[in-house]
Design a protein around this ligand. Structure first.
Ligand SMILES: NC(=O)c1ccc[n+]([C@@H]2O[C@H](COP(=O)([O-])OP(=O)(O)OC[C@H]3O[C@@H](n4cnc5c(N)ncnc54)[C@H](O)[C@@H]3O)[C@@H](O)[C@H]2O)c1
Length: 429
């Protein structure tokens, strides 16, 4: 089948590469000329395990193409996937300008029956606005379907190849059959429903996961106050099959390009329909508080931070990605700089992205040991595997003061204390 993918970010590029690998002829369209030029040569705009190999293989096999030109592939495509960003606007609602522009541009080139499948996370009912926008432009028969994406950055290829479920939102049998055929080689439960329910599934799923994280953080904060151990408490809670341990880990809060904006958009949707989503407002506010609590822990351990050298380990919003959008590290570093601290930072892959958004005074190092040398505290923000395996005896020798503030509870408190560190985790002492 010939497929067009509009938007070559995490979702679009992964989806395109996977369908190409299944034997389809896939054209990935993006307005970013530099990105398309680089991708045509197999250079990826971001780090994602396994993706580069997949993209290069399918370019060589002449199944995966990159273009800025909608007219090259949309007229011959049976399915056009829309995968552009839907960031939050200033009111917290989803900014739909990229979506409107992408669908309008695609509509100018439709030829023959075409299914426009929306993978971007979009507010419920947006297809009505899209219909209004393009009904005069498209001279051919088209249908909309919602096909929300659930991949996680850091394991996007694996997730997209082995989804838990494939949600197809459409009332049209023809559209559903087309998508079912495209996904026939992938496992996962098929959920065929109306368009609005499909859109709602995506927001509700992300909101639930964020709620689990904030719940874990709230419990951890109370554990700290009562001298209980949050790790064992949450293990005890999460081992109940009805609850599950996934996403029930305390830390410095969630970030990334999805949870923060999707929670805000869901709250805004509630407001539009006169539903006060107090639960998600609390989830949001617990999440922001975690940043302040973390900075307070640093102050508690070191006193006044003016002139203190601190080593931040981990900048990306989670391991195995170089994405720093809404990363807790960025807010934490800004707050520490405001208090006069001097920051040295290390991350395995996201330093280039971090340089673009952090002030010049932040020093980036090429390995964790250099970052830790002469520092008064190790601040663990992102739980990359390489931080779990640090030679802590060496770390202690290099540091000016042996303090670890562990924002992800990756170290064993008893062990690090035995090595002579002053240790503070989240929800445990
Ligand atoms: N990143 C994730 O983990 C993830 C997971 C599931 C769902 N989603 C959702 O999928 C959507 C895309 O997310 P992403 O992270 O892949 O976005 P992204 O920001 O990484 O990429 C979006 C791409 O779309 C391009 N674009 C914008 N307007 C365009 C236009 N008119 N025509 C062609 N290209 C255009 C941009 O240049 C960019 O390359 C969002 O709605 C997001 O919420 C993301």
């Amino acid at each position: 089948m010939i497929i067009s993918i509009v938007g070559t970010g995490y979702v679009g590029l992964v989806t395109g590469a996977i369908f190409a690998d299944l034997g389809h002829k896939v054209f990935c369209i993006d307005i970013d000329r530099q990105k398309i030029k680089a991708l045509s040569q197999g250079d990826l705009p971001f780090f994602e395990p396994g993706l580069e190999e997949l993209v290069k293989r399918n370019i060589i096999q002449k199944r995966l193409f990159f273009t800025n030109d909608y007219s090259l592939s949309v007229p011959k495509s049976k399915v056009v996937f829309i995968c552009v960003g839907t960031p939050a606007n200033l009111d917290g609602e989803a900014d739909l300008s990229y979506l409107f522009s992408a669908v309008t541009q695609a509509a100018n080139h439709l030829k023959g029956y075409t299914l426009i499948a929306i993978k971007s996370t979009v507010p419920i009912g947006v297809e009505k606005e899209l219909e209004k926008l393009i009904s005069q432009k498209a001279s051919t028969r088209y249908e909309f379907a919602s096909c929300p994406e659930f991949l996680r950055e850091g394991s996007a290829v694996e997730d997209a190849q082995n989804p838990d479920r494939i949600v197809i939102g459409t009332k049209s049998k023809k559209a559903a059959d087309l998508l079912l055929d495209l996904y026939k080689h992938m496992n996962g439960q098929r959920i065929i429903c109306d368009l609005r329910s499909a859109q709602m599934i995506k927001y509700a799923a992300n909101s639930f996961l964020a709620t689990k994280i904030s719940f874990a953080n709230a419990v951890a904060n109370l554990c700290e106050a009562t001298q209980a151990d949050a790790e064992v408490v949450l293990q005890g809670v999460g081992s109940d099959k009805r609850i599950g341990r996934a996403f029930l880990y305390p830390g410095v809060g969630y970030g990334g390009s999805c949870f923060p904006k999707d929670i805000s958009a869901f709250i805004s949707l509630g407001k539009r329909y006169n539903y006060n989503f107090d639960l998600l407002k609390a989830v949001n506010s617990i999440n922001s508080q975690q940043i302040d609590f973390f900075v307070e822990k640093v102050e508690k351990a070191l006193g006044n931070l003016k002139g203190k050298q601190l080593a931040v380990l981990g900048i990306s919003f989670k391991p195995n990605t170089d994405d720093i959008r809404e990363a807790p590290s960025i807010k934490i570093i800004h707050s520490l700089l405001e208090k006069g601290a001097e920051i040295k930072a290390y991350d395995p892959v996201s330093v280039n992205n971090a340089r673009r958004v952090l002030p010049k005074e932040v020093i980036f190092d090429h390995d964790p040991y250099t970052a830790l040398t002469d520092c008064q505290a190790l601040l663990l923000i992102t739980e990359w595997n390489e931080f779990k395996e640090l030679d802590l005896e060496k770390v202690k020798r290099l540091m000016k003061k042996p303090v670890i503030i562990d924002g992800r509870n990756i170290y064993d408190p008893a062990k690090v204390k035995q090595l002579g560190f002053i240790y503070q985790g989240i929800g445990r002492s």
